[in-house]
Design a binder for this molecule. Sequence first.
Ligand code: SF4
Length: 304
Amino acid sequence: MPQITIALKKRPGKKNLPVVGVINKVDAPNYNSVKKKTWEEELGIDLVEVSALTGRGIDDLKAALIRKASYADENRPLISDLINPGELVILVVPIDNAAPKGRLILPQQQVIRELLDHQAIAVITGDNQLKPTLNNLKSQPALVVTDSQVFGPVSTIIPLEIPLTSFSIIMARYKGDLKTLVKGAKAVTGLKPGDRVLIAEACTHHRQADDIGAVKIPRWLQKKVGGNLDFNWCAGFDFPPDLASYKLIIHCAGCMLSRREMLYRISLATAEQLPIINYGVLIAYLHGILPRALLPFRELSHPL
Ligand code: SF4
């Protein structure tokens, strides 16, 4: 029990991460439920008694998990607070080798659905059709949202007076803490050849040629730093607990993660005073367009 107490106290709990305490193997002949109260007082949390072997207490555990679960993700705006009903938004979706066959990725689907719910007008186009799309419009779009990978070329096509951001930055705000992820940009200028950098993706999709996380971001970042960096990758729920040796974490938009998990990862980084940045924020920064890409977000008036 002392080890458990220490582990719980070391866990960065300041981000409102809920804890459900479980005592397993309560079917064991030597288990004494009198200890439960002492342990609850010592840990400062309620404990649920279960037996994975007999199923005893599993319903109580499910009820405790549901009570602690947050549905905050469902009520947060993804894009609807950035535009008004009836306004037009252009979504730039490149169909390249990295695009999954026959479908759109989750951030694109979610943005389209919220625009429809918000009675806004969504125009979806590939990056190579962006110029003709703009020329065919009768009115100026209220916002352009692009895949981060083509941030650079799209920013040269879209006139400066039209707000521009990326799916990844929109998702970073929705799932995580955009201010902290933007502050991570400062660390990029301090990177030196040989520094360790962790690239984290929250799903385990098949890597394509010229993959964003495995190839493009390392290439762009090493060009900026002027030498080789020591990259490490993690995927899915496999996020390393020991972050002390890294100089920077670069995280994907985390569309497959809950907001709670994304905030937890950010809190692990900040507890180590380790900068963490999002793919879209980093790509905008490396292309020199980060201030422009953040303009649609009023809460970030002085981001850097
Ligand atoms: S979880 Fe991350 S890597 Fe996977 S699709 Fe979403 S943003 Fe991309």
